[in-house]
Ligand binder design. Structure first.
Ligand code: GLN
Length: 588
């Protein structure tokens, strides 16, 4: 029996006699799943999630089963209560988990649906340990950061291994090495690697090479210190990826190698890239994927013939980047327009749709607080399409309604997402049905014409917290509508939701009689999910967030439809196929 096997055997026996505390989940097969840990040093914002998802993609292309997990340092149980302005968008998974936007990057890169098992926060880890303590699970032991909290982290990773049967789990540790709140995660990774034994794990440190303008040359000291800090935690990195504005020189890589005990061949240059979708190509050219496979002694599981096929498909996609034929401008109205991260999925969905249609989509950000019917044209006269995205609360709502009115009256392609769907209903009710006081009770609680009101099922649980309708739901499509056509005449489609309010069913008849078509409905409730105006070139709204499920090689049809309509509007003299046909061509 090897030493590490002894270790695992004894640690699964939880008693007061041992200092070890690692609960091994049922069915865990040691050695089946390998672990790749990704840490950030020097500063946050290096794109750890992007890097780790691209690396995971390269291993997935080689026929390996990969599972990502993001470990967040904050104490919130999920990301639902986080302000997107501070922390980027709240990404919603199919199972309803509200999580960090990095999970979106993983889903897009891997074309894989994730679940709550792929995301942990310190809040979850601590509350699970505290519940176990109250339950008497620690048999009289004093409950400590080590081994109990670290044990809980290891349990989460091993449980993911059992659930997914992955060849490699990619573990992204949030924040930066040196943050107090993430230190116990690093310790847990160190313990896990020790317990699993040699070649079970690969530690990848992402670092940053400074290039101060006044010096005009790259400097490695901050990177060296950051890596040393990781080594002080007992972690020797196996691979170092140097992020920088431009390619990292050989001299700098040599210095990093010397100071960190990492062979030169495993110190990589990772300069900035114009599109995240060309990063897998850059990583593949550098050979980092095979270094990871070597460190994990997993080469015998690689299926290189399968990789050739996956790679050819990917390159067909990336070859189109930068070779677009059409330029279009899409306006996005919203409150958080200063922080692009708050709309990451929408930006990605537009990029996917644009690339599929050979269109270069430029985004015009529009803050709606001061927009009204009189000045809307001034802001929107040069745009080819308009998106009103998800949102909460009163500020800017009237401006959004003014933008939608402009889009409807001037035949500008429109896509309303969640709040943008609700605002489109209000606009239509006011200006077409003549219900001048139409509004949402989210904006005016006692409004006389509440065309948008709180969902009855949400009303019951109001005040208890966690009261949104969340996650993936099926939508029934009405035949012969725009929605049905762009979704290849499917009977139902699945999208993700995050909302409290809906169209009040009492108004449906009146709205439909005036020309609004509800082309998507919930199968079991009268909840309206998609709307359209047939007399308009492309006017669509959805209560869902279709941006969350757009993937590079499978662009989301509503976004493709919007961009196709925008291209057609801009290039009206070129006799392009109509938006429905263009969408069908790339989405089916
Ligand atoms: N505030 C609206 C609701 O709760 C819309 C939510 C959203 O856009 N995500 O229903």
């Amino acid at each position: 029996m090897s030493e590490s096997k002894d270790l695992l055997a004894s640690v699964s026996d939880v008693s007061t006699e041992t200092e070890f505390f690692s609960i091994i989940p049922d069915g865990y097969q040691k050695g089946k799943t390998r672990y790749c840990f990704v840490f950030g040093t020097v500063m946050s914002g290096l794109g750890k999630g992007i890097f780790s998802s691209c690396l995971a993609k390269l291993m997935q292309d080689k026929g390996l089963k990969v599972a990502p997990i993001k470990l967040e340092g904050y104490l919130n149980i999920d990301s639902g209560t986080l302000n997107p302005f501070r922390h980027g968008e709240v990404f919603v998974l199919d199972d309803g988990m509200e999580c960090d936007m990095d999970l979106g990057t993983y889903e897009r890169m891997l074309d894989q649906n994730l679940s709550r098992a792929n995301f942990a926060t310190s809040g979850q880890i601590f509350s699970s340990v505290l519940n176990k303590e109250r339950h008497g699970d620690y048999l009289g032991r004093d409950v400590q950061m080590i081994p109990h909290i670290t044990g809980e982290v290891k349990l989460k990773l091993r449980q993911l291994a059992v659930d997914t049967n992955a060849d490699i789990i990619f573990v992204e540790i949030g924040g930066t090495v040196g943050d107090l709140e993430n230190a116990y995660y690093i310790e847990a990774m160190r313990e896990l690697a020790y317990e699993e034994g040699p070649n079970s794990s690969c530690f990848v440190a992402l670092t940053y090479i400074l290039e101060p303008q006044t010096l005009g040359e790259q400097k490695s000291k901050a990177a060296q210190l950051g890596i040393k800090q990781l080594m002080q935690c007992g972690v020797q990195p196996d691979i170092i990826a140097c992020r920088a504005a431009s390619p990292v020189t050989e001299k700098i890589r040599q210095k990093i190698s010397l100071y960190s005990n990492v062979p030169f061949a495993r110190v990589f240059s990772m300069p900035d890239s114009a599109s995240i979708y060309t990063i897998p190509n850059m990583l593949r050219d550098s050979g980092i994927d095979f270094e990871v496979a070597k460190m994990l002694k997993i080469e015998d599981r690689l299926k290189l013939r399968q990789e050739r096929k996956a790679w050819a498909q990917w390159c067909d996609f990336t070859d189109k980047i930068g070779a677009e034929k059409y330029d279009v401008t899409i306006a996005i109205t919203g409150k958080y327009t200063t922080v692009r991260d708050s709309y990451a999925s929408i930006i990605n969905a537009l990029e996917h749709a644009g690339i599929a249609l050979s269109g270069n989509v430029e985004i015009k950000w529009i803050e709606t607080t001061n927009i009204n019917d009189e000045n809307a044209a001034q802001h929107l006269k040069d745009v080819d399409g308009i998106i009103v995205p998800g949102g909460f609360g009163t500020r800017g709502a009237e401006g959004k309604i003014a933008c939608i009115k402009y889009a409807r009256e001037n035949n500008i392609p429109y896509l309303g997402l969640c709040f943008g769907f609700q605002m489109a209903v209000i606009e239509f009710a006011r200006n077409v049905c003549g219900l001048k006081n139409a509004n949402s009770t989210e904006i005016i609680p006692d409004c006389p014409e509440p065309v948008i009101d709180i969902l009855p099922e949400q009303k019951k649980i109001e005040g208890l917290g966690g009261n949104m309708r969340l996650g993936g739901r099926d939508i029934e499509l009405k035949p012969e509508t725009l929605a049905s056509k762009i979704f290849a005449k499917a009977d139902t489609v699945r999208m993700r939701f995050r909302h409290r309010y809906e169209v009040d069913p009492r108004y449906i008849d009146q709205l439909e009689k005036a020309g609004l078509v509800f082309s998507g409905k919930a199968p079991d409730h009268p909840i309206m999910q998609i709307l359209e105006i047939p007399s308009h070139p492309f006017f669509m709204g959805t209560q869902a967030h279709p941006c969350l499920t757009s993937r590079p090689l499978r662009p989301q049809p509503m976004f493709v439809g919007l961009v196709a309509a925008a291209i057609q509007k801009r290039y009206e003299n070129e006799k392009l196929p109509d938006p429905i046909k263009a969408t069908q061509k790339v989405c089916i």
